[in-house]
Design a protein. Structure first.
Length: 477
């Protein structure tokens, strides 16, 4: 690069025919050219060095970075492994960095030159390195879950790149093996509605997972739906909610296909970014919760557990389908303009109150009441009747074998969608065309037998807080 620069300068001086005026113009041109040339060299050879030096000393960074570049030290030369190497090089290049600036550079450089994870890979950072991420404040994070804590970080070198970072609690070697398995599963899911996973890294005995940072989770959506949703006309709200149901089924079907079981599906683990829905926290719940686990997180997990899961029996993929059924019925409740939180209070207040872990709100110990709620408040005679039946009588069956697979749910949602006036499959992901029906309707689940039950003491139900967030039932018409 310097050679090219000299050449153009020579050309200028070798042109004796130029007039005075033209010469002046040429000098200005030369100055601009020189600046642009330096800009190019900074951008091409030492962009990261320039960024680090800018944080060390904003005024001198440009001059220093260019001196390094001229001396042949491009970004590839960094990070410097020994503090002294940087001091020696600065002396050789005749750069006057104070000891404080050298120390600052040595500390900061790791964040810039150490590679960030990508494509689901796993990196172990050595103790003396500093991972290239720094936390930034988020109004609702850090959040502490049963199995780790989540905060928000950005790339030190590029603050526009933001991530949700999950730090996993360390329970020893056996635990680490499991984390490894889970990370492998995360890499393999690759579904449009699985929360994008960027990779994991280990640093000083902790494991961190980096995910797409989403706007909010489904729990928060239920209590404070974002403006973009509120502004949709009712039929588009209804369409969105049913599309989300389909998206969730498709994503879980894919996870089941590769041999996974989620084990902890709940609105807190369903994330929304823009108007796209994502499933998060795949399989991490298979790990033992820590003693210090957050009660709110335990309550959430307890609420959506399948009956066989809570009882400590062996359970399989059908446990996920029970949890998904609970989430579906909450989506229908929300769309019917009934406060989802009130539905929780309803279970808590009028149920047997035998379940302290879930604060008496769980679905599995309140199945009779859930059925009563559906029969009383959700409209089976409207467009959503068939869908409500599918959730109530099949997905929420007490017996795991009565619950359809995620793949079948997705296929049946597609078939039902044809009969819904508001439904149109969105282009975010592909749904298979339904094949031959496999479900056996001769079996009646526990809930189906209870379908006709309604609360005898319906009059006593306190309907304070009953009204939902939408102002109207978006499934009507
Ligand atoms: Zn319970
Ligand atoms: Zn989709």
């Amino acid at each position: 690069m310097p050679a090219k620069h000299n050449k153009s300068k020579c050309k200028e001086t070798d042109a004796p025919k130029k007039t005075h005026a033209a010469k002046g113009k040429g000098a200005a041109y030369d100055q601009v050219h020189e600046f642009r040339d330096a800009q190019d060299r900074l951008k091409e050879h030492v962009p990261i060095l320039f960024a680090v030096l800018s944080r060390v000393n904003k005024k001198n960074a440009r001059e220093w970075a260019l001196a390094f570049e001229k001396g042949g030290f491009t970004d590839h030369w960094f990070p410097v492994q020994k503090e002294q190497a940087m001091a020696d090089t600065c002396r050789r290049l005749d750069l006057k960095l104070t000891q404080k600036e050298l120390d600052e550079f040595y500390r900061l450089q790791w964040g810039y030159f150490v590679r960030a994870v990508a494509d689901g890979e796993s990196i172990t950072y050595r103790d003396k390195e500093i991972p290239p991420y720094e936390p930034f404040p988020h109004p609702r994070l850090p959040a502490h879950g049963a199995f780790g804590e989540v905060d928000t970080v950005n790339l030190i070198a590029d603050p526009t790149k933001v991530y949700a970072r999950k730090r996993l609690f360390n329970f020893g070697d056996d635990h680490m093996k499991r984390i490894f398995e889970e990370v492998k599963a995360l890499k393999n899911i690759k579904h449009e509605h699985a929360v994008p996973f960027y990779g994991s890294y280990k640093f000083q005995d902790s494991t961190y997972l980096l995910f797409e940072l989403c706007d909010l989770n489904l729990r928060r959506f239920f209590s404070e739906p974002p403006t973009w949703f509120i502004r949709l006309p009712p039929h588009q709200k209804a369409n969105k909610l049913v599309n989300w149901m389909l998206d969730l089924a498709l994503c879980i079907a894919q996870f089941h296909r590769i041999g996974g079981i989620h084990r902890d599906l709940k609105p807190e683990n369903i994330l929304i970014k823009g108007d796209t829905i994502f499933v998060a926290d795949f399989g991490l719940a298979s790990q033992k919760p820590s003693v210090s686990s957050n009660p709110a997180s335990v309550e959430g997990t307890e609420c959506y557990k399948a009956p066989e899961q809570g009882a400590g029996f062996m359970f399989g993929r059908s446990a996920d389908m029970f949890a998904l059924g609970c989430i579906y019925i909450e989506l229908v409740t929300f769309g019917t303009n009934i406060n989802v939180e009130w539905f929780g209070h309803y279970r808590q207040q009028y149920g047997p109150q035998t379940c302290h872990l879930s604060n008496h709100k769980c679905f599995r110990h309140n199945l009779k009441l859930v059925s009563s709620f559906i029969n009383t408040y959700l409209k089976r005679d409207g467009q959503m009747g068939k869908l409500i039946d599918l959730i109530q009588f099949e997905m929420l069956s007490a017996g795991p074998s009565f619950r359809p697979s995620a793949k079948e749910i997705a296929q049946r949602l597609m078939v039902m969608g044809n009969e819904l006036s508001f439904f149109k499959k969105e282009g975010c992901c592909k749904a298979e065309k339904p094949g031959a029906r496999v479900s056996d309707h001769t079996e009646k689940s526990l809930l189906e037998k209870m379908a006709k039950l309604t609360l005898a003491e319906e009059d006593k139900v306190d309907k304070h807080g009953f009204a939902g967030m939408l102002g109207e039932d978006c499934f009507e018409n």
